[in-house]
Design a protein around this ligand. Structure first.
Ligand code: GLN
Length: 197
């Protein structure tokens, strides 16, 4: 079992460090051929317009869409934007695979970044405490299709973590914390997906 981290741009090394701590073998994916060797893929935070442009330049779009039909993907922050089917007010290359409408930079310039702890019921199987969520020019989910499960909201009701079948998306950055539970959750999603496939 190997988990890939898309390494075109952004915070991919931090995800690898988290997976290292879980003793999961990782591949930093820089070429479409490498998708064949992995069981699931993390698309990191960074700048979604840059990730989209590089994905087009390196001929990743079609291989990634085919990958998405078969294997789990987790998008964090810019990665959430990149996998969304719909964006509010932005035209940029996206994979368009997860049935969510996402607003980029949903928290405005004044609150560029913030950290807050949120209760995420799905993670309490690992341990009960709230999860530390790091938001950096973060997006939020404005709307979603019937198969989407909401994992977490901010106190103002903004939706910031969602799951749809084998897709996971978080507006915040679990890879910038010490808490391994979200990575463990995605690892379990990957294991279960391949068991049932
Ligand atoms: N604001 C960035 C974007 O729109 C995302 C920021 C992040 O990934 N931390 O792509």
């Amino acid at each position: 079992m190997k988990i890939g981290v898309l390494a075109l741009q952004g915070a991919f090394i931090e995800h690898q460090h988290m997976l290292d701590r879980l003793n999961v073998e990782t591949i930093d994916v820089r070429l479409p051929e490498q998708l064949d060797a992995i069981s699931s893929l993390i698309i990191p935070g960074g700048e979604s317009t840059t990730i989209g442009k590089l994905a087009e330049a390196y001929n990743f779009m079609v291989p990634l869409q085919q990958f998405a039909q078969k294997k789990p993907i987790w998008g964090t922050c810019a990665g959430m934007i990149f996998i969304a089917k719909h964006l509010d007010n932005h035209h940029q290359p996206t994979l368009g695979v997860m049935d969510i409408m996402v607003q980029r930079n949903a928290f405005g310039r004044q609150v560029d970044s913030f950290i807050t702890s949120l209760d995420i019921p799905e993670l309490t199987t690992y341990s009960p405490e709230p999860f530390p969520c790091v938001f950096i020019r973060a997006p939020a989910v404005l709307d979603f299709g019937p198969s989407v499960q909401i994992l977490s909201r901010l106190p103002d009701d903004s939706i910031v973590a969602v799951k749809e079948k084998h897709f996971l998306a978080t507006a915040f950055h679990p890879e910038l914390t010490d808490d391994l539970r979200f990575h463990r959750f995605f690892l379990d999603m990957t294991i279960n997906h391949h068991k049932n496939f």
